[in-house]
Ligand binder design. Structure first.
Ligand code: HEC
Ligand code: HEC
Ligand code: HEC
Ligand code: HEC
Ligand code: HEC
Length: 491
C-alpha cells in the first residue's frame, strides 16, 4: 500500500515538474517572441520611406500589410478583377462601376467620372490604379491627387525644404521645423501637374505615413486632415465621437486643434484612416481641402460648398452637367463622415477595430495590417463584441445593405428622370432663368444620392443616415421634375 502511495507521489511530482517545465519553456519562448516586437534590426528614421525596411523590424505587420494585394468579392464590397481590362505589368484592373450601372454615366455626364470609375481594392494598388485611370490619362490632373494615393510624407518635406523651410529631413515630423517643412511642401506638390508630382513618390501608403519611426506611435501626416480637423474643431457641429475636439472647444483655444497633440489613441485608430477616406476638393482652382468648416454632416458640407467662392470669385462646383447645364458637386468616399453619424462611432468603435482587428500570434497581440472588408474576417472583426454566429452577423449586414441598395435604386432612377425632364425642357427652348429652380434641385439630389453611392459600406457605417439622405434625394429629384414639367411637354 505504502509503495503504491509512494509511486503515485513520484508520478504526480514528475508530472507536475514536466508541467512546470513546459510552462516555463512556453513563457520563455513567449517572452522571446514578445521581445522580437521591439528588437531593432535596422535603424528607422524620418527618411525611411520603404516599408520593406520597417518590415525587417516588424515582420508580422509587414507581412499582413503586403497581403492587401489579395482580391476577394463580397456582396457589395471586397474587390474583383476584370479579366478583360489589363493594366501595367499585366495586372488586371478591377470591374468598372459605370459599365455595371450605366445610370452613373447619365448622372455624371460631362465629368471625368463618367469616363472611368472602378471598384476600389487593397492599399497595395493605390498608386498604380491612380496612374492608370482614364481620369488621369485623358484629363489634366494635379499633384494633389497623390495626397491619398502614395507615401507623401517625405516628398512634402523635401519640397518644403527645397522652398526654404527650416531644419533637416531627419528632424522629427512633429517638431516645429518638421511640421513647417510638411505644410510648406504640400501646396507646392499639390499644384504641380500630376506627371511631374508623381516622380516624387515611390510607394503606396506606407508605415511612415501612420507611425512615428522612433516610438511607433500613430500620427497624422496628411495636411488635408490637419487643416480639416482644425476647421471642424472651430465649427459648432456636435462631435461626441471625437471627445478630444469637445475638450479642445472648452479650453482657451489659443492654439488650433492638433490631433497629434490632442487626440486619444482610440481616436487615432480612426483618424489615421480619415487622412484619405473622406470627401475632398482636389483640382486646379484651389489647394486640396476637406469641406468641414460647418461640420461633418452631409448638409453642413453642402452648405459649406454653397458659400465657398474660388479665388476668381466664382461659386463652388465640381462640374457643369453636360445635359442639363446645372452646376454640381461630386462626392467621393465619405467613409469617415458617414461612420461619424453611426452607432459604432457613437460607441467609440474605430475603423481599425473592424478593418485592422487584433489577432494573436503566439504571445503577441498584433493589429492585422491586411486592411480589407471585415466580412472576410468576421470572427476577429465583429465577434469580439457581438456574440452571434458568423452567419447571423453577415445576414445583419446584408439586411442593411440590401435595403440601402433598394432605396438607392429608387433615388438613382429619380435623378435620372429629373435629368431627362430638364433635357426635354432645354430642347423646347426653356431659358436659363426658367430652369434655375430645377437645376438647383438637381444639385441637391445628385449630392445626396452620390454621398451614399460613393461611400463604400452600402449604408452599413450609418444605416439610418444613409436612408435619410436617399429619401431626401428622391424628394428633391421629384420636386425638380414638378418644377420643370410644364416646360418639358412634348408638343
Ligand atoms: C463596426 C465595424 C466597422 C467600422 C467601425 C468601420 N467599418 Fe468600414 N465597413 C464595415 C463593413 C461591415 C463594411 C462592408 C463590407 C462589405 O460590404 O464587404 C465596410 C466597408 C468599408 C469600406 C469598403 C470595403 C470594401 O471591401 O469595399 C471602406 C473603404 C471602409 N469600410 C472604411 C472605413 C473607415 C475609413 C472607417 C472609419 C472612419 C470604417 N470603415 C469603420 C465595418 C466597419
Ligand atoms: C482625400 C483623399 C483622396 C484624394 C485627394 C484622391 N483620392 Fe482617389 N481615392 C481615395 C480613396 C479613399 C479611394 C478608395 C475608395 C473609393 O474608390 O471610393 C480612392 C480611389 C481612387 C481610384 C480607384 C477607384 C476609381 O475611382 O476608379 C482612382 C482611380 C482614384 N482614386 C483616382 C484619383 C485621382 C485621379 C485623384 C485626383 C483628382 C484622386 N484619386 C484624389 C482617396 C483620394
Ligand atoms: C493615404 C491614403 C489612405 C489611408 C491613410 C488609408 N486608406 Fe484605405 N484606401 C485608400 C485608397 C486610395 C484605396 C483604394 C485603392 C485602389 O483601389 O487602388 C483604399 C482602399 C481601402 C479599402 C478597400 C479594400 C478592398 O479590398 O476593396 C479599405 C477597406 C480601406 N481602404 C480601409 C482603410 C482603413 C481602415 C484605413 C485606416 C487604418 C485606411 N484605409 C487608410 C487610401 C487610404
Ligand atoms: C493606414 C495607417 C497604417 C499604416 C500605413 C501602417 N500602420 Fe501600423 N498600425 C496602424 C494602426 C491603426 C495600429 C493600431 C495602433 C494602436 O492600436 O495603438 C497599428 C499598429 C502597429 C504596430 C503596433 C503593434 C500592433 O500590431 O498593434 C506596429 C509594430 C505597426 N503598426 C507596424 C507597422 C508597419 C511595419 C507598417 C508598414 C509595413 C505599418 N504599421 C503601416 C496603422 C497603420
Ligand atoms: C468594439 C466593439 C464592436 C465591434 C468590433 C463591432 N461592433 Fe457592432 N456594435 C457595437 C455596439 C456597442 C453597438 C451598439 C448597440 C449596442 O450597444 O449593443 C453595435 C451595433 C451593431 C449593429 C446594430 C446597428 C444599428 O444601427 O442599430 C450591427 C448590425 C452591428 N453592430 C454589426 C457589427 C458588425 C457586422 C461588426 C463587424 C464588422 C461589428 N458590429 C463590430 C460594438 C461593436
Amino acid at each position: 500500500m505504502k509503495t503504491i502511495k509512494y509511486s503515485l507521489l513520484v508520478l504526480v511530482t514528475a508530472a507536475a515538474t514536466v508541467g512546470v517545465m513546459w510552462l516555463y519553456e512556453n513563457i520563455a519562448t513567449r517572452k522571446q517572441e514578445a521581445q522580437q516586437v521591439v528588437f531593432s534590426v535596422v535603424h528607422l528614421d524620418e527618411t525611411t520611406e520603404d516599408p520593406a525596411e520597417w518590415g525587417r523590424n516588424f515582420p508580422r505587420q509587414f507581412d499582413s500589410y503586403r497581403r492587401t494585394v489579395d482580391m476577394e468579392r463580397t456582396r457589395y464590397g471586397g474587390s474583383e478583377a476584370d479579366p478583360f481590362a489589363v493594366g501595367e505589368h499585366g495586372v488586371p484592373k478591377t470591374v468598372s462601376k459605370i459599365e455595371q450601372d450605366p445610370r452613373l454615366k447619365i448622372l455624371w455626364n460631362g465629368y471625368a467620372f463618367a469616363i472611368d470609375f472602378r471598384e476600389e481594392r487593397g492599399h497595395a494598388y493605390m498608386l498604380q490604379d491612380q496612374k492608370e485611370t482614364e481620369r488621369v490619362l485623358k484629363r489634366p490632373q494635379v499633384g494633389a491627387c497623390l495626397h491619398c494615393h502614395a507615401s507623401t510624407t517625405v516628398a512634402y518635406r523635401r519640397a518644403g525644404l527645397a522652398a526654404g523651410a527650416p531644419g533637416q529631413l531627419t528632424d522629427p515630423l512633429l517638431s516645429a521645423t518638421g511640421m513647417e517643412q510638411l505644410m510648406k511642401g504640400f501646396p507646392i506638390v499639390s499644384a504641380e501637374p500630376y506627371s511631374n508630382a508623381v516622380q516624387r513618390v515611390r510607394h503606396p501608403v506606407a508605415c511612415i505615413d501612420c507611425h512615428d519611426p522612433k516610438t511607433l506611435q500613430l500620427r497624422i501626416t496628411r495636411p488635408g486632415l490637419i487643416l480639416g480637423l482644425r476647421a471642424l474643431a472651430a465649427s459648432a457641429d456636435a462631435v461626441p465621437h471625437l471627445p478630444s475636439i469637445e475638450r479642445w472647444r472648452k479650453g482657451d483655444r489659443r492654439s488650433p486643434y492638433d490631433a497629434n497633440r490632442d487626440a486619444t489613441r482610440q481616436e487615432m485608430r480612426s483618424l489615421t484612416c480619415a487622412q484619405c477616406h473622406v470627401e475632398y476638393y482636389c483640382a486646379s482652382k484651389a489647394t486640396l481641402f476637406f469641406p468641414w468648416g460647418k461640420g461633418l454632416k452631409a448638409e453642413q458640407m453642402e452648405a459649406f460648398y454653397d458659400e465657398y467662392r474660388f479665388r476668381d470669385g466664382t461659386p463652388f462646383a465640381d462640374w457643369k452637367h453636360a445635359t442639363t447645364g446645372a452646376d454640381l458637386i461630386k462626392v467621393q468616399h465619405p467613409e469617415f463622415e458617414l461612420w461619424s453619424q453611426g452607432i459604432h462611432a457613437r460607441s467609440a468603435v474605430a475603423c481599425a477595430d473592424c478593418h485592422m482587428p487584433y489577432q494573436r500570434e503566439g504571445a503577441i497581440k498584433m493589429s492585422n495590417h491586411h486592411v480589407r472588408s471585415p466580412l472576410l474576417n468576421i470572427s476577429k472583426s465583429c465577434q469580439v463584441c457581438h456574440h452571434f454566429s458568423e452567419d447571423e452577423l453577415k445576414q445583419r449586414v446584408f439586411n442593411i445593405q440590401d435595403r440601402t441598395k433598394q432605396l438607392m435604386d429608387h433615388a438613382l432612377d429619380a435623378v435620372v428622370s429629373l435629368i431627362q425632364t430638364l433635357e426635354q425642357a432645354r430642347k423646347n427652348g426653356a431659358a436659363d432663368e426658367q430652369l434655375r429652380a430645377a437645376r438647383q434641385l438637381q444639385r441637391k439630389a445628385q449630392y445626396r444620392v452620390d454621398f451614399v453611392n460613393a461611400e463604400n459600406s452600402m449604408g452599413f457605417h450609418a444605416p439610418q443616415e444613409a436612408a435619410r439622405l436617399l429619401g431626401e434625394a428622391i424628394d428633391y429629384a421629384r420636386l425638380g421634375q414638378l418644377a420643370v414639367a410644364p416646360l418639358a411637354q412634348k408638343d
